[in-house]
Design a protein around this ligand. Structure first.
Ligand code: SAM
Length: 224
């Protein structure tokens, strides 16, 4: 890591646990992108979970973060981040800030991240988490992410981290031509993680893997 790199400012406690998480839960299960592995070795996940779960922060599973929501399993964060193929100059939109952890990982790999959360309480705690981790290139917004965030559009990549009944049409329109989008799509109980690429007015479906997320609730999502 180069001197002056923003990542060199991140807290380094519990590095051995992060290394074990990356080696055992990610690298051994097919996460091969070296930049993604390095980002997840670097971001202090324990700063993104509530105090009562701090000890469990590097375990192989999701954890409660309040408002009946979760910080996703580390492996799922790795899968989604790898699929998104984020490049250093990219501007990324995330729907579903939750704890801010996914945004923090993306922020290591791109220029800037805008992340939207529908619960103001979670936006506030994510803001505190990002600040504690020393991450400065993430903008947080409270609102219905199914409507995207036009002031920052278009985005090079969009990641939806809650399960949707269908890919929100509005989000497609906020992608650059050639931009990528990842979205879990399916029923409330079970989804496929779908990767798409925008080419002109069309979205091309690249691939999908099965997954389980909390529901995306909003105008182009599930009803509350
Ligand atoms: N990415 C998060 C993290 O790193 O902690 C985990 C996301 S959690 C699985 C899904 C989040 O999506 C929840 O916080 C939920 O409130 C949020 N959400 C659901 N529907 C939403 C919507 N329409 N707009 C914005 N956020 C939404």
């Amino acid at each position: 890591m180069a001197a002056g790199d923003p990542r060199s400012q991140l807290p380094s406690e519990r590095q051995a646990e992060r290394d074990r998480m990356v080696d055992e839960q990610l690298a051994k299960r097919g996460i091969t992108d070296a930049r993604v592995l390095e980002a997840m070795r670097t971001v202090p996940r324990h700063l993104f979970v509530p105090e009562k779960f701090r000890q469990d922060a590097y375990r192989d599973g999701p954890l409660g973060i309040g408002c009946e929501q979760t910080i996703s399993q580390p492996y799922m964060v790795g899968v989604m981040t790898q699929l998104l193929e984020v490049k250093p100059g990219d501007r990324v939109l995330e729907i579903g800030t939750g704890s801010g952890y996914q945004a923090a990982v993306l922020a290591q790999l791109c220029e800037s991240v805008v992340s939207i959360e529908r619960h103001a309480e979670l936006t506030a705690s994510a803001r505190a988490n990002l600040e504690a981790a020393g991450i400065t290139n993430v903008e947080l917004v409270t609102g219905d992410g199914t409507e995207g965030y036009p002031p920052g559009a278009p985005y090079d990549a969009i990641i939806v981290t809650a399960g949707a009944p269908a890919v929100p049409h509005t989000l497609k329109q906020q992608l650059v031509d050639g931009g990528r989008m990842i979205c879990p799509v399916g029923s409330r109980e079970e989804q496929r993680l779908v990767k798409m690429e925008r080419r002109g007015p069309n979205l091309y479906y690249a691939r999908s893997v099965s997954c389980v997320f909390v529901p995306l609730v909003g105008a182009e999502g599930w009803k509350p």
